[in-house]
Design a protein around this ligand. Structure first.
Ligand SMILES: Nc1nc2c(ncn2[C@@H]2O[C@H](COP(=O)(O)OP(=O)(O)OP(=O)(O)O)[C@@H](O)[C@H]2O)c(=O)[nH]1
Ligand SMILES: [Mg+2]
Length: 247
């Protein structure tokens, strides 16, 4: 995450009376996010929160990922949508647990909704949970959910300027995925320029350019996921290798 003013940094930067008293400024959402994160950590479940504009390709990327990920990585999805279970149904076809979370009029998931979703999963039997957030390039970035990492998607069809015009989402990114690269020959899009604009907002995060449709670029994304899991929950030297951490 590269946020200069992001949700995760505000208690450490300025010496307000609250920080002097060592009080936390977390609002209700942030408290729930911390609780979600603690549950995931306790069960050694890695959690990725996918965020983007509507239609960037979150569900398609998840379909391709579920179809290609190491089968030893036991995976579930918390699927956020305003009204339907259309995306949840697409993902259920891959035989993984999928919890649909409908947000009604809300343009983002919040940490309480994710807490309710986690209640419906058997975390002890999982290694990885994907969250597909509601399609929106602004609001979801303001609501930490307890995830380990934020994945921000931007498609070649959206134009190179989006990281500059909607920087908050990119400030929160731990990884950026450029989607639909198979369409670039038909568009006036400069992927190098898009990458440069991403780098301007978040210089140090990994950026993957891929097509979930053709599979081009998918291996690097899949390897990154596997590396994240291994780094977070692999057994330390001397620790017994249990059911988890064997991937
Ligand atoms: N050509 C091409 N089309 C893609 C690719 N990824 C997604 N699409 C298409 O883009 C459209 C939207 O994809 P979705 O995966 O539903 O997008 P989404 O981000 O989940 O959308 P919301 O959940 O509504 O925000 C669909 O018609 C997909 O087939 C891709 O890599 N290449
Ligand atoms: Mg979707």
């Amino acid at each position: 995450m590269c946020a200069p003013n992001g949700n995760h940094q505000h208690s450490t930067t300025t010496a307000t009376p609250n920080t002097i008293l060592n009080l936390d400024l977390m609002d209700g959402n942030q408290r729930a996010a911390v609780a979600n994160h603690a549950r995931l950590e306790a069960e050694q479940v890695y959690c990725l929160n996918l965020m983007s504009s509507p239609g960037t390709g979150k569900t398609t990327l998840l379909e391709s990922t579920l179809g290609s990920l190491d089968i030893n990585i036991r995976t579930a999805v918390l699927e956020g949508d305003m009204t339907t279970e259309l995306d949840a149904d697409r993902l259920r076809a891959y035989g993984v647990p999928v919890v649909a979370i409908t947000t009604g009029r809300a343009c983002h998931l919040d940490a309480d909704m994710i807490g309710g979703g986690l209640d419906r999963l058997n975390l002890a039997a999982l290694d990885l949970v994907f969250i597909e957030n509601v399609g929106n390039l602004i609001c979801p970035a303001e609501y930490p959910l307890g995830e380990h990492a934020n994945v921000v998607l931007v498609s070649v069809t959206e134009g190179e300027d989006k990281p500059l015009k909607y920087p908050v989402m990119f400030y929160e990114a731990d990884c950026v995925v450029i989607t639909k690269t198979d369409l670039s020959p038909y568009l006036k899009v400069d992927i190098d320029k898009l990458k440069a604009n991403i780098r301007q907002i978040c210089p140090n995060v990994p950026v993957f350019a891929l097509s979930a449709e053709t599979g081009d670029g998918m291996p690097d994304w899949l390897n990154w996921i596997q590396k994240q899991l291994a780094e977070r929950f692999a057994p330390r030297p001397g620790e017994p290798i249990g059911e988890k951490g064997n991937w």
